[in-house]
Ligand binder design. Structure first.
Ligand code: PA5
Length: 432
């Protein structure tokens, strides 16, 4: 199997390789901080070993729980926000059909919004469906998922009665504390613990991501196998050329130091949209602090070439672009030939859509580079569990290295508290 690879040819006009290589010693020192745990945030490095640490018994237990939930009805509501839902959603949306058949499990989301209209619609939908709930919160006290869970618990209890409702709820939370931990204990819900040393945005390879992904019907063993192979590479290879995560961390830091302010992640197919959402959280929360850090932004092509494309090509020159390229499509769709050829498309007849999309992506990278936007290409083999596992570990490892190279603690998020303080004051929360 191919590993994730990185190509910086379309960045080299803005950033000579020598400038990237000048960061080698800093990037290697950052990698060393990750591996030795001697820098701020070292209490949250448990993610590094997750793919190796998880046992076949734990995986089997998660798969059995997923099957039990599926047997309760086709709909599974995943309740969580930020790192407690984006990882699962990224993998599920990448793998599922845009038009799933009605008999397949359907994962829907709650706890990521406080929109009243959204919950009215969700509860209306759940009136008509048999469903179960996976509620995820590491702290167990986050307002958005707590409010959503209260709504869903009450809806489940009205619909099925107390005992059956409890059998339709699984909690994933801190092993010892928090309101969700206490509710789960009191109500006897099956519970999975989130390791103390794994922060939310690095938790997709714990039950936080694995249970919803397995419940949606996907192969978590392959996901972990991909992450594990990428872990081996990240831990063993210690040059920029041999380790794509080190190269990525070096390039984005070198570009940041050269004055670039925004990193735009470009995905070339709509089902990778949530990869971009997960990536934005990972890098935004890890690096955006102390007045520093690239602003993570994203587009999907070719869709957004007809909206944001103009700005990227000719707007203010503050951008770098990281483009995820997928080598192999999953399905086959080719352009049919047309005897009349009124649309003039016969020059494409017989060509697969992927070949056309690849030309669009290649042409975009070349055009953006010519327009002054350095482009870094991240190559993955295919959209499947194994490659997604690799991609997850690649971005996580690169994020740790990049954050330390930037000079911040990549594993805290002190800024997230500011809005909560104000919201609690406005809501009149007791004690605030
Ligand atoms: O990465 C993080 O730590 C955050 O995005 C959290 O995942 C998010 O705030 C949700 O927190 P919790 O799981 O405690 O509800």
């Amino acid at each position: 199997m191919e590993h994730i690879n990185i190509n910086i040819q379309w960045a080299s006009h803005k950033l000579p390789l020598s400038q990237v290589e000048a960061l080698t010693s800093e990037v290697l020192a950052a990698r060393e901080h990750l591996l030795s745990g001697d820098a701020p945030g070292s209490d949250f490095l448990g993610w590094i070993n997750l793919p190796e640490a998880i046992t076949p018994e734990v995986i089997a237990g998660i798969c059995a729980e997923a099957a039990r939930l599926r047997s309760k009805g086709r709909v599974i509501v995943v309740v969580g926000i930020g790192g407690s839902y984006l990882g699962a959603r990224m993998v599920i949306e990448a793998l599922q059909s845009a038009y799933p058949s009605a008999d397949l499990p359907r994962v829907v989301y709650a706890g990521h919004t406080l929109s009243e209209d959204y919950y009215a619609q969700l509860l209306g939908f759940l009136d008509r469906e048999d469903y179960s709930v996976v509620v995820i919160s590491k702290s167990g006290t986050t307002t958005e998922p707590a409010v959503a869970f209260r709504l869903l618990k009450s809806h489940l209890e009205k619909k099925y009665g107390q005992a059956e409702a409890s059998s339709r709820i699984v909690a994933i939370t801190d092993a010892h504390r928090g309101a969700l931990h206490n509710i789960a204990l009191q109500e006897g819900y099956p519970t999975y613990a989130i390791p103390d040393d794994v922060g939310g945005r690095f938790s997709v390879l714990t039950p936080v991501g694995l249970l919803p992904i397995a419940a949606a019907g996907y192969d978590i063993e392959r996901l972990i196998a991909g992450a594990s192979d990428m872990r081996r590479l990240c831990l063993e290879a210690n040059t920029l050329d041999s380790n794509p995560a080190l190269m990525y961390a070096a390039v984005r830091n070198a570009l940041y130091r050269s004055g670039i302010k925004v990193e735009m992640l470009t995905v070339c197919q709509p089902n990778l949209r949530y990869v971009a959402e997960w990536w934005k959280q990972l890098y935004g929360e890890s690096e955006g602090k102390e007045g520093k850090g690239l602003l993570p932004h994203s587009i999907s092509i070719t869709t957004d070439l007809h909206s944001m494309g103009q700005y990227v090509q000719e707007g203010e020159r503050l951008l770098m672009e990281t483009m995820i390229r997928v080598a192999r499509p999953t399905a086959t769709v080719a352009v049919p030939s047309d005897g009349v050829n009124l649309d003039g498309l016969n020059y494409l007849a017989g060509r697969r859509l992927t070949a056309i999309n690849d030309c669009a992506a290649e042409g975009t990278a070349e055009a953006h580079a010519a327009g002054g936007v350095p482009v870094v290409e991240i190559g993955m083999e295919a959209i499947n569990e194994y490659s997604l596992g690799q991609l997850i570990y690649f971005f996580e490892f690169a994020c740790g290295v990049s954050g330390y190279t930037l000079g911040v603690n990549p594993f805290n998020q002190p800024g997230v508290e500011a809005y909560k303080k104000n919201m609690f004051r406005l809501l009149g929360k007791p004690g605030c």
